[in-house]
Write a protein that binds this ligand. Structure first.
Ligand SMILES: Nc1ncnc2c1ncn2[C@@H]1O[C@H](COP(=O)(O)OP(=O)(O)OP(=O)(O)O)[C@@H](O)[C@H]1O
Ligand SMILES: [Mg+2]
Length: 380
């Protein structure tokens, strides 16, 4: 059974503006300016990373669009791994960056913890430019505010699972009991509490990725950076971990930058998705916007593999009703229920089903005919 998107996210109706949530501010430690209005956890502005020692003149030409990244490579041998990328991520949002191998995803995400310095542009966390931080401040940001999970999590093989998870807290100087208590809580979350005394190399790949997630969560970071965390796993395990992660992030609401080369994964997990190509974002939008309105043929090519049954919701296919009590006698489902589950519900009754909003008020009905019509319109 696929992820139940409607339990994960608040309503996203068709054509809604980028669900870019001025979601409620959550108090944040460290960089967050105390008492000030909350700034976005992650902001990248006009970010460029050009390998091959570009001259200032070349950078100026690139930034002004007088020369394309492709041309810069041909004429100067410079690779624009990240090309003029601007975006921000709101508190608790999962922002997925999807692109093919070499499109610049890892280069981009590594700017956010400053493993890579931009050629030009800015990265701000909670409004503070990373370029302005000294070494100690940067260490603090990395060890307290950012949790990272990569494709191969590289656990410490001579340490047990619990010691690996507690490692970030050990570095911080926390006592053994205290850090192990936190580590146990996180291992419980990822379903590996029974493995706490095993050594890392006794675990399967999927289990190691879960330990990596528990380790990242142990420091209680404000921001999670995930660079293809599930890509090396076989499809069944990958799907299982996606489902677990979706549930976990629903509870935790951590601001997350999630990198993937799999659009289906991005659609399952993302509040918004950026499609990256040759270092640049070619489209940014909610999963619905990207899947239903691909910006160009490049995006459309990825999108055609995605089933509308997992994207469309009851809100997309319902017939709105003006009278609030109209569906009182019908079975009810939330407007955010994905089509696949609407169909399951309709299979059990010949009657239409009433669709409710977040407050539980009936706002429409959906019948078997409505499903047929909706699917016919997406097929074209
Ligand atoms: N240190 C480097 N020096 C020169 N070029 C680099 C360097 N690191 C990355 N690149 C180039 O930048 C581009 C983007 O690489 P990056 O690793 O960010 O892509 P990616 O989208 O993460 O790919 P993958 O899906 O394979 O991980 C590639 O063309 C790569 O060759
Ligand atoms: Mg990569």
């Amino acid at each position: 059974m696929s992820i139940v998107r409607h339990i994960k996210r608040p309503s996203r109706s068709l054509g809604a503006p980028n669900a870019d949530p001025a979601r409620q501010a959550r108090p944040t430690a460290g960089l967050s300016p105390s008492g000030a209005q909350e700034t976005r956890p992650i902001e990248c502005e006009k970010l460029w990373k050009v390998y091959g020692d570009p001259s200032p003149a070349l950078m100026a030409d690139l930034a002004a669009g007088r020369i394309s990244p492709r041309e810069a490579y041909r004429t100067h041998g410079c690779v624009a791994a990240v090309a003029d990328v601007t975006f921000s991520v709101g508190t608790g949002e999962i922002f997925c960056i999807m692109g093919l191998s070499g499109s610049g995803k890892s280069t981009l995400v590594r700017h956010v913890n400053r493993l890579i310095q931009p050629t030009s542009g800015h990265v701000r966390l909670f409004g503070k430019d990373l370029a302005g931080l000294n070494a100690a401040e940067l260490r603090h940001v990395r060890s307290h505010q950012i949790g990272m999970v990569f494709q191969n999590v590289a656990l410490l093989p001579h340490k047990t699972v619990i010691e690996n998870v507690a490692y970030g807290l050990e570095v911080r100087g926390l006592g053994r009991d205290e850090r192990h208590a936190v580590a146990r809580e996180k291992l419980e979350m990822v379903g590996l509490i029974d493995w706490q005394q095993r050594y890392a190399d006794e675990l399967s790949g999927g289990m190691q990725q879960r330990v990596g997630l528990a380790r990242a969560l142990a420091i209680d970071p404000d921001i999670l950076l995930m660079d293809e965390p599930f890509s090396a796993l076989d499809p069944l395990i990958r799907r299982q971990l996606q489902t677990e992660f979706a549930k976990l992030s629903e509870q935790m609401r951590k601001t997350t930058l999630f990198i993937t080369h799999d659009l289906e994964e991005a659609v399952r997990l993302g509040d918004r998705i950026a499609i990256m190509k040759d270092g640049a974002f070619v489209q940014v939008g909610t999963p619905e916007e990207v899947v239903l309105h691909p910006a160009n043929a490049y995006v459309a090519d990825f999108v055609k593999e995605i089933s509308p049954l997992r994207i469309l919701t009851a809100a997309h296919v319902m017939r709105p009703i003006a009278v609030a009590h109209g569906g009182a006698t019908l079975r009810q489902i939330s407007q955010d229920t994905i089509l696949q589950q609407v169909i399951d519900a309709l299979a059990e009754t010949p009657e239409p089903i009433a669709v409710t909003d977040d407050a539980g008020a009936v706002i429409g009905t959906v019948s078997r005919d409505d499903i047929v019509l909706a699917l016919r319109s997406t097929a074209g």
